[in-house]
Design a protein around this ligand. Sequence first.
Ligand code: ATP
Length: 375
Amino acid sequence: MAQVVLNQLEKIYAGSRKGSDFRAVKKIDLTVEDKEFMVLVGPSGCGKSTTLRMIAGLEEITDGTISIDDQLVNDVAPKDRDIAMVFQSYALYPHMTVFENMAFGLKLRKYSKEEIERRVNEAAQVLGLETMLQRKPKALSGGQRQRVAVGRAIVRQPKVFLFDEPLSNLDAKMRVSMRAEISKLHERLQATMIYVTHDQVEAMTMGDRICVMNDGEIMQIDEPLNIYNRPANLFVASFIGSPAMNLFKGATVFKEGGPVFEETNETGNGFSIPLDGDLGEKVKNLDGKAVVLGIRPEHTRMLESESEPTVAVVTAKIELSEPMGSETLVYLDTGANSFIVKERGHVKLSNDLYVSVAIDPEKVHLFDRATGEAI
Ligand code: ATP
């Protein structure tokens, strides 16, 4: 059982910013279950690497506790924590061969020659490195170097694998294939893995669960699709999803037919959307509440003709359209707001044209404007 539990974990860098202390990680609680693939994701500087480095023992803990496998490890040296970390920079020894790089940690731990050979050969086979064992790192591609770095972690057979942005130095195509390889590896090794990235696609595709961080705090922990479909707050809503969720300021207002969202903007000609189902239920005591409405670009569509029957329509001017092949991103401006529509296929559109856009009322998200929390 290799469960990792962070309890009220805090990191303060003393005197780091203009002489004042800086709270990089603010009393976070996180439980990574045995065999789970947990992704820590968030913008640059949110504290994800600091959190990972504290788990590894490379960074001193200011307050709180870390337990691995039910054992408190706050004061356990990194080498005794039974973890292996893969870094963005690969951190390979340039003068050693691939075999020696992978064997190094085992030699230090005084494993027998036979055991070292067995483990290195096995890892090389898993990672497709069998024919490269005698090469030096400089004779490898970026992807192959990263595989050696992963191999060095595998041979240790640790309880927990920690990955710190391991794919950031690879080109886009190699990133996609390494992403799949690491996911397969997780399935095969059945190990607990904690993976730090700022790339939301990596988070969505690799994680059993995702922990979204911002400004030293945890914003939401959940399975990828729940994070996407039910973001807990405005931060998660706008961070996860590409292009980002469209946001409109407004208020919940009660009309004869039931609650509606009414957009408020300086042009005075905002749109309105009926709030049915669950959302209608949730806002029933919130007449006049200041809210933000969120709608993902794929849940909007441009109308073929003005007369098409629909309940929620926004009129806007096309600023730009970006054909992506399988879809076209259309950037629109209402005069008060900019937003994006994702149209299927290749759509040819002229800039400056006024169009009507329908918003699917069943797909809207509402957030409290004061707190940013989802309603
Ligand atoms: P990135 O993706 O850019 O690495 P991150 O989310 O991993 O970002 P951290 O590296 O954990 O962020 O850093 C969190 C904050 O702590 C940042 O504002 C950073 O400037 C600060 N920080 C990190 N290391 C130190 C240090 N040794 N001394 C002072 N401040 C630090």
